[in-house]
Write a protein that binds this ligand. Structure first.
Ligand SMILES: [Zn+2]
Length: 1025
């Protein structure tokens, strides 16, 4: 078998890759080489080149420039990557918590002098093929990045971005909409009560419902109490209503100026074109100013400080009696010292990462808390870095113990230092990170350099990682106590440290609500009758503006004809290894090998299904073969880029009531470590260790805590999954694996005093899941390495052959579906077919201690291969952009909302939403809007562009061929879908809306996560959880 595969592969190498590989190589050198031609001192479109540096580690050439007239800085990273990126960042250092930089970030995107239509930023999402568009407010800078693979699109977006940040309209109405306003609860009813509204106001209320964020914010404010880090840059909800429109405009004038700007461009497009455009459209209109935005060093304390804060109790905490957090935070050195930052980051990993680190052993394993505190380790996002260490999910009375352990552990580290092998493992991880090709490399670079560059650190030095690695090795050779000395200096002797504890307060939300009410009443009592009338009129005016059809013709746009009619196919080769079907995909992986295996769970007894996610999260972390869990973790770090197992639920692309269930094994490694990586998997298959109850308890606590913490951030996902629960068999399993059902199940497990029952089930699950009889594999590697990878896989399969056993599926209705329609390859999926499945209507409400809601409604529609799927996909995008965004975000005040098509379901959602059931009627109105047919060809084209920018988003070499492997959707099927997308018309959209979305047409499910809700409580059609 193997020989066949190998010879087939060799043939493949000769035939197939030549053409593609060559174009790739050709591109790869040209952008970099062109950039090497620049010389320091050279003048280019108003800029002067300062430095040209090749960075071979990252395959790029960096060109540093400054703008002569304004002092604006520019960094260009020329690299063989068509996913070009632009970003501009400003140093924004507020001195109060009104959220002025954050509200400004929102308002500049509401229209600019050249593009005066409302909300050009959101409109461009639908007129471009961008692969990324966003804006961020950090502690001390605001960044506007976008990326696209299309040159014309790049120029269009650059114009929009430049005009937005330098010449925004900043209309008063934009400020009220995005920031805060007083308005009648029902804007059309003068007698309805006045309330606070505004996008940022609600966004920050939502953000502060997350205890992790509350803690992190307090910690930073208190560790740096003397300047900009003492305030909340995103806005403290109750301070936001102190901001005026005038203050906002003033902040813009001083901070959004070229003299305070840093531009970053990345990719294979020529630098000169970028510079010319930036100069012509923006910089040429400015003179240099002194922005005066530097952050001074934080004065050092002569003695340590302690403080305490409160938060809302967590209804989903794994152990309700243990909800305290405590951590000690240390002020470190200036982040612009690149090597010191590198050393401290590494030191931090050595201290806290993985079961071999001293703090994991000292704090996590004794199970005093459920996990490390939400803020942990090195943080370089402030001018002077910090390091934090502590626990969450602990008892209040254990505070003393935790402080003692922290201090004792530092002493131990100073005494014994770190094992050489752990240091090597970390340096290995850095090597892998440098080689791994991600699709958003430009964006990663932009965020990686942003903080240090913001304070005038050298961004190029930061990119030269292997220089830092070499310097680090030398330092360690010269002084074996190099790291211990750092611990002595930065931790033991450091008096600028803060111990901050946080405990839940039952009346926290009530106090917050009361404070908001008082603030509101204070504002209201200051109003005259004329003011009230004005507020009412402003509310109506805003509503009218929001409801007006907008003329967006001033905005540049790509056309549907700019979209490539065909997609590039990814060549793959099917073979076998040890009787197991394998998909081989040759890719420029830069010396890494990526391995995946899909294992079916069709034979697993159904009562064990809820345990599958738990099994996945522990199977690579409990020890295996001769290795205990510490040694295993060490080997994983030393030899691989990580090993993981995750649950899989894949709805079939042709039948809504069929799906595949299983788990996905995933790992990567440097080519030289292939045998080691497969050895680790062999040990996991042949002799996993499940008997260590203490270890299992630690892992269970951490998983449960992580799930509970994730809800405030991903509440819309939970709402969507729940809404789809009773609509298809896959939806049911998805809820069990990834929904609220799983969160509650893990909480239950975490509360069990004795985990022996769980320990007994793990080997059973393992026997069913890690069975070569139920497996298929995928390997992505370079052409040169593929035959070796295949040989190694073959020998792995031999090693684990003892686990092969033919078992009977627990359900009789299994359909085997070959991935290759000709059926020649042997790669197939075993689908469960539940053709008698009865979808049912269900409305579920989860009451949670949040001030905002997550609302979702899901409609059973059609599978991917159905001819209406394309129309429904375009419909979802069009409704989002043209109706739901306006209703849910602009008028409703939610942070986000829309519709999407996926997994056979058409799903509406809202995110951090002050409304609950009202949003459901907004969804309905969205349907009415479509059914009325009042949309234009332009609306359809825009939705198409937006859908295609997702369809054509770049795929990393590690992930090529994955769709075919996992869901059996071939490139031919994707191309067919592509043609259907092009063909979508006004009529097909109307038909689809009438056929699937009309009331009573299809079964739908509804779910809301949110605070106590009187309306829902009184309505018996709801199930309240
Ligand atoms: Zn925001």
């Amino acid at each position: 078998m193997f020989r066949q595969t190998k010879s087939a592969l060799q043939k493949l190498q000769q035939l197939r890759f030549t053409a593609q590989q060559q174009t790739w190589r050709l591109n790869s050198s040209s952008a970099k080489e062109r950039a090497c031609q620049y010389r320091a001192g050279q003048k280019l479109h108003g800029f002067t080149v300062r430095e040209v540096v090749e960075v071979p580690d990252l395959f790029l050439t960096a060109v540093k420039l400054s703008h002569d007239a304004t002092g604006a800085q520019h960094l260009h990273a020329a690299r063989d990557d068509s996913n070009n990126l632009f970003s501009v960042q400003f140093r924004t250092t507020p001195m109060d918590s009104t959220g002025v930089p954050h509200i400004l970030e929102h308002t500049v995107l509401c229209g600019s002098h050249r593009f005066p239509c409302r909300d050009p930023f959101f409109k461009m999402l639908n007129r471009s093929l961008s692969t990324f568009m966003n804006a961020f407010t950090a502690n001390d800078y605001t960044m506007y990045p976008f990326s696209t693979q299309n040159r014309k699109d790049f120029q269009n977006l650059l114009s929009i971005y430049l005009d937005a940040v330098f010449f925004p309209c900043l209309r008063e109405q934009d400020f009220w909409q995005e920031g805060w306003r007083l308005e009648n609860e029902t804007p059309t009813d003068f007698n309805s009560p006045l309330v606070f509204k505004g996008v940022v106001f609600n966004e920050m209320k939502g953000a502060f419902s997350d205890n992790e964020l509350v803690y992190a914010q307090h910690l930073q404010n208190k560790l740096y109490p003397d300047h900009t880090y003492a305030v909340v840059s995103g806005g403290e909800p109750l301070a936001i209503p102190d901001l005026t429109w005038e203050q906002l405009r003033q902040f813009h004038a001083t901070h959004y100026h070229p003299s305070n700007a840093r531009f970053f461009t990345y990719g294979d497009l020529p630098l000169e074109q970028h510079l010319q455009q930036i100069e012509a459209e923006a910089l040429s209109k400015f003179q240099r100013i002194d922005p005066n935005t530097e952050v001074p060093p934080q004065p050092h304390w002569s003695s340590p400080r302690e403080d305490h804060v409160t938060c809302t109790p967590d209804a989903l905490a794994p152990d309700p009696a243990r909800q305290d957090t405590l951590c000690v935070s240390y002020l470190l050195g200036d982040i612009t010292d690149t090597f010191e930052g590198f050393t401290l980051r590494l030191l931090s990993s050595l201290m806290i990462s993985g079961p071999n680190s001293p703090f994991y052993k000292a704090l996590i394993e004794p199970k005093i808390g459920s996990d490390f505190s939400s803020v942990v380790g090195y943080d370089g996002s402030t001018k002077e870095a910090s390091f934090s260490i502590g626990l969450q999910g602990m008892k209040e009375e254990d505070a003393g113990k935790v402080k003692q352990i922290i201090s004792r552990t530092l002493d131990d580290i100073i005494e014994v230092g770190f094992e050489q092998e752990r240091i090597e493992a970390l340096l290995h991880r850095i090597e892998i990170q440098m080689k791994h090709q991600s699709t958003n490399f430009g964006l990663s670079l932009a965020s990686y350099i942003a903080s240090s560059w913001n304070h005038d650190g050298d961004p190029v030095e930061l990119l030269q990682l292997s220089d830092s690695v070499a310097k680090f090795r030398r330092a360690l050779e010269e002084n074996p106590r190099f790291l211990q000395d750092k611990v002595q200096l930065y931790f033991k002797e450091n008096t600028h440290r803060l111990t901050l504890s946080m405990s839940p307060d039952e009346s926290y939300l009530e106090k917050q609500a009361k404070a908001e009410e008082e603030k509101l009443q204070k504002k209201i009592s200051a109003l005259s009758d004329a003011d009230r009338k004005e507020i009412y009129e402003n509310g109506l005016a805003l509503l009218a503006a929001q409801s007006q059809t907008q003329d967006a013709s001033c905005l540049p746009a790509l056309k549907v004809s700019d979209i490539e009619p065909t997609m590039p196919f990814t060549p793959v080769q099917d073979g076998t290894a040890g009787g197991v079907p394998v998909q081989f995909c040759e890719q420029p992986t830069n010396g890494l090998v990526y391995f995946r295996a899909a294992c079916s769970l069709n034979t697993l007894p159904e009562d064990l299904r809820l345990y599958v996610p738990l099994f996945c999260s522990v199977i690579t972390k409990m020890g295996c073969g001769a290795l205990d869990y510490r040694q295993q973790s060490q080997q994983v770090e030393l030899r691989t880029g990580g090993m993981s197992v995750s649950p899989l639920v894949t709805p079939d692309s042709t039948q809504l009531d069929m799906y595949e269930q299983g788990v996905l094994l995933y790992s990567s490694c440097l080519e030289r470590n292939l045998p080691h990586m497969f050895q680790l998997w062999s040990d996991i298959f042949n002799s996993p260790r499940f008997d260590d109850e203490e270890r299992l308890r630690v892992l269970v606590m951490m998983s449960a805590q992580e799930l509970a913490n994730g809800i405030p951030d991903s509440g819309h996902m939970y709402a969507m999954i729940r809404a789809g629960r009773h609509l298809s068999p896959a939806g049911e399993l998805n809820e069990a694996f990834n929904g609220m059902e799983q969160v509650k199940f893990m909480k239950k497990i975490a509360e069990m005093p004795d985990l022996n029952k769980v320990i007994r089930t793990l080997p059973t699950i393992k026997r069913h899941l890690l069975n070569p009889d139920n497996m298929r594999c995928a390997v992505n590697a370079t052409p040169q390495k593929m035959s070796d990878a295949s040989a190694q896989l073959e020998s792995f399969m031999k090693d684990v052959a003892g686990n092969r056993k033919t078992r009977k599926p627990v359900r009789s209705n299994i359909i085997e579906r070959p991935i290759d329609p000709t059926g020649a390859s042997g790669l197939s999926r075993k689908l469960i077919s539940e053709l008698n499945f009865q979808p049912c209507q269900m409305k579920t409400f989860f009451q949670l201690p949040f001030p905002v809601n997550f609302v979702s409604e899901s409609v059973r529609a059609v599978p991917f291969a159905h001819e209406d799927y394309a129309s429904l996909g375009i419909l979802a995008r069009m409704m989002t952009a043209k109706f739901l965004h306006g209703e849910i975000r602009e008028k409703g005040g939610a942070y986000g909302g829309g519709a999407r098509m996926g997994g056979g379901l058409f799903t509406f959602y809202s995110y951090r939403d002050p409304n609950s059931v009202q949003t459901l009627s907004a969804f309905r109105r969205g349907v009415d809007w479509v059914k009325s047919g009042r949309f234009t060809q332009q609306d359809i084209d825009e939705a198409k562009l937006s859908v295609f920018s997702a369809v054509d988003s770049p795929v990393a070499p590690a992930r090529k061929g994955l769709g075919r492997f996992l869901s059996g959707v071939t490139d031919e099927a994707l191309q067919e879908h592509r043609e259907r997308l092009f063909a979508v018309s006004h009529k097909s959209l109307l038909d689809a809306a009438r056929r699937y979305l009309g009331a009573g047409q299809r079964t739908c499910g509804v779910a809301i996560l949110g605070p106590e809700n009187e309306t829902i409580k009184k309505d018996p059609s709801w199930i309240v959880k």
